[in-house]
Write a protein that binds this ligand. Structure first.
Ligand code: AHR
Length: 612
């Protein structure tokens, strides 16, 4: 379980990221006075206006609609409305996009509506279809848009056009490209491939701060994220924008299923970011009940109340769940209520689900008076956002001081950044490239080596944040593991360091001693195959010749392999240069139980050796 992923709605991780919906503000709820991300598009001579209409709602959740009033239009002189997507609509060749609308019209207008993907300047039509049958009642329309041999671009928009005067209301407009495993309401394929390639054993969700919300009202209220997406109002996320809740609880669970990863479910525990807390006792009890119901939704048989709801939502089989985290970063709750809040959740969950392991969010390094004392958590979540230099310093001794009898440790958020003076949440961080450089990957490597050495106690760990939309305005935090725009994605050097570490892992920790002080290392062995994975990080500007002595084995095959990630500390990957720093695999010769290997400057190296 050591290598996993942490996720939340931050940096447009879902909306404008992994969640494959391409229409921004699809339900017309993300507005000021004007409909955001929607605009009028008229061909010369045509005339139309748009306005938000709160008197014409499709249902109680989708409380606004967009009124399009076309006063002048004719064939080849159309008027309509366009959506600019999340920094563009990605156009790919030979691709089928599923568009759907919920619309109604004034009497006398039945269509046709031309549904299209066109270039930003309106000159190129990438795909178009017509639909008709509008009536005065709300109706859903589905159409497939197919692109031909086009050059991929993000400089495109989604458009609805009328060729005659009339009034039309739109309540919900959606456009999906093909998704991972073809799931409806699914996830973006390129990003899923990158996540699957990390071989994650678990996914920690839904946060992070996104779990807590700025206020109790805006917490991740899981019940509101179930069922048809047209029944989800969405909610403000603490990172400065609204979440559509299109990626809701079931989608999180299916995402885990698609990665063959186990959920690590964080439940809201009565603390929100603006400092509000719910008093333990009767006030907190409804939230405890909500958590029990949520666990039943995840794990209950289809004949339980919430298991039945999950089955109705399309997933009859229960999901495997081992870990439940109670809250997030509750050391910020200076009312000191966490101990009692934790106890109330702990007692209720253990009474109904004795096998679940419960995670406290207050790390050992937090002041004594903040920590949980009235119960023994099964696990403690620690967070480390530090510079590479700080990680290099802390890693050699990391976790040595802890009691080996537990509680176990989950490093639920961590990442190395390059400059100790600029914190990930600072405004100044947003002036830096969105994803980290090779220097940061070296700090990550040293810390991962430390966690692997201590994996008897550090049972799980996950880098955070995972995802970032690199467009200006797309991000709130740096560094982030994977960057993308609407069309392309790339892994940072830190991504490749993670991938190297997580895909080369034995099931037995081998104790190591290092004499070379600047090199940080760890080793594991796969007991079935006998493969030893020896990982070393050389953060210095010099090549380091390391003498390797392997004890306690009869023999080592004289051939092995080596994977190297190396570069200049300032080297970055980016949308335009996605593979500047990537791991390279070579064969190794003349290996024996004692040999010398030279680590390149600024490198992370994994030696794969076969022991007998
Ligand atoms: O990972 C970004 C944020 O850092 C998380 O939302 C929060 O838990 C932590 O403070």
């Amino acid at each position: 379980m050591l290598y996993g992923l942490m996720t939340e709605e931050i940096n447009h991780s879902y909306d404008g990221g992994l969640y494959a919906e391409l229409i921004r503000n699809r339900a017309f709820l993300d507005n000021g006075m004007e409909p955001a991300h929607w605009s009028v598009v008229n061909q010369p001579g045509a005339e139309a206006t748009i306005a938000l209409d709160s008197t014409n709602a499709f249902n109680q959740e989708l409380t606004a609609s967009l009124r399009l009033t076309v006063t002048k239009a004719a064939p080849h002189q159309s008027a309509g409305v366009a959506n600019s997507g999340y920094w563009g609509i990605p156009v790919q060749p030979g691709t089928r996009y599923r568009a759907s609308l919920i619309a109604r019209a004034d009497p006398g207008l039945s269509g046709p509506v031309t549904v299209s993907i066109v270039s930003d300047d309106g000159q190129t039509v990438y795909a178009a279809e017509k639909l008709s049958g509008l009536s005065t009642d709300w109706k859903r329309f589905d159409v497939t848009l197919k692109t031909g041999k086009v050059t991929p671009t993000t400089k495109a928009r989604f458009q609805l056009g009328l060729d005659r005067p009339g009034t039309l209301w739109l309540s919900f407009v959606s456009l999906f490209p093909p998704t991972w495993n073809n799931r409806p309401n699914g996830l973006r394929k390129d990003l899923m491939q990158m996540l699957v390639d990390l071989k994650p054993r678990f996914l920690r969700f839904p946060g992070g701060n996104y779990l807590e919300g700025d206020t109790i009202e805006t917490r991740f209220d899981w019940k509101k994220t179930l069922g048809s997406v047209t029944q989800r109002h969405g909610h403000p996320c603490p990172w400065g924008y609204r979440s559509s809740d299109g990626l809701g609880l079931l989608e999180f669970l299916e995402w885990c299923e698609d990665m063959k990863a186990e959920p690590v479910l964080a439940v809201y525990a009565g603390y929100s970011l603006r400092g509000m807390h719910v008093n333990p006792g009767p006030d907190l009890q409804p939230f405890v009940e909500e958590a029990l119901e949520e666990i039943e939704y995840v794990t209950g048989a289809a004949n339980t109340r919430w298991g039945a709801q999950r089955a109705r939502d399309g997933h009859p089989a229960p999901f495997k769940l081992t870990y439940v985290e109670i809250g997030n970063e509750d050391w910020f709750d200076r009312s000191l209520s966490y101990d009692n809040r934790f106890a109330q959740f702990y007692d209720a969950i253990k009474a109904r689900y004795p096998r679940l392991k419960l995670i406290s969010t207050i790390a050992n390094e937090q002041p004594e008076n903040l920590r949980v004392k009235s119960r023994k958590p099964d696990m403690i979540d620690e967070h480390y956002y530090r510079s590479t230099d700080e990680f290099l310093k802390m890693s050699p001794e990391y976790a040595r001081k802890y009691d080996r009898n537990g509680p176990e440790i989950f490093v639920g958020e961590w990442a190395a950044h390059e400059d100790a003076k600029i914190k990930p949440w600072d405004r100044a961080a947003r002036q830096q490239p969105p994803t980290p450089s090779m220097k940061a990957a070296l700090g990550d490597g040293a810390f991962m080596a430390a966690m692997e050495r201590n994996a008897d106690l550090i049972r799980m760990q996950c880098y955070a944040p995972l995802l970032v939309n690199v467009n200006p305005g797309g991000r709130q935090w740096r560094p982030d593991l994977i960057g993308y725009d609407a069309l392309s994605s790339y892994g940072s050097p830190s991504y490749y360091a993670q991938q190297m570490f997580s895909s080369n892992l034995g099931d037995e920790i081998l104790p190591i001693t290092t004499e070379e002080i600047s090199v940080q290392a760890c080793a594991t062995r796969d007991t079935k195959s006998g493969t030893i994975f020896l990982k070393a990080v050389n953060p210095t500007a010099n090549s380091e010749a390391v003498r390797i002595v392997i004890q306690g084995v009869k023999r080592i095959d004289n051939k092995g392999s080596v994977i190297t990630l190396a570069g200049n500390p300032e080297d970055l990957n980016s949308i335009t240069e996605p593979r500047k720093i990537i791991p390279v695999t070579d064969s190794l010769r003349d290996v024996s139980s004692t040999f010398t290997y030279t680590l390149p400057p600024h490198s992370i190296v994994i030696l794969k050796l076969k022991a007998h």
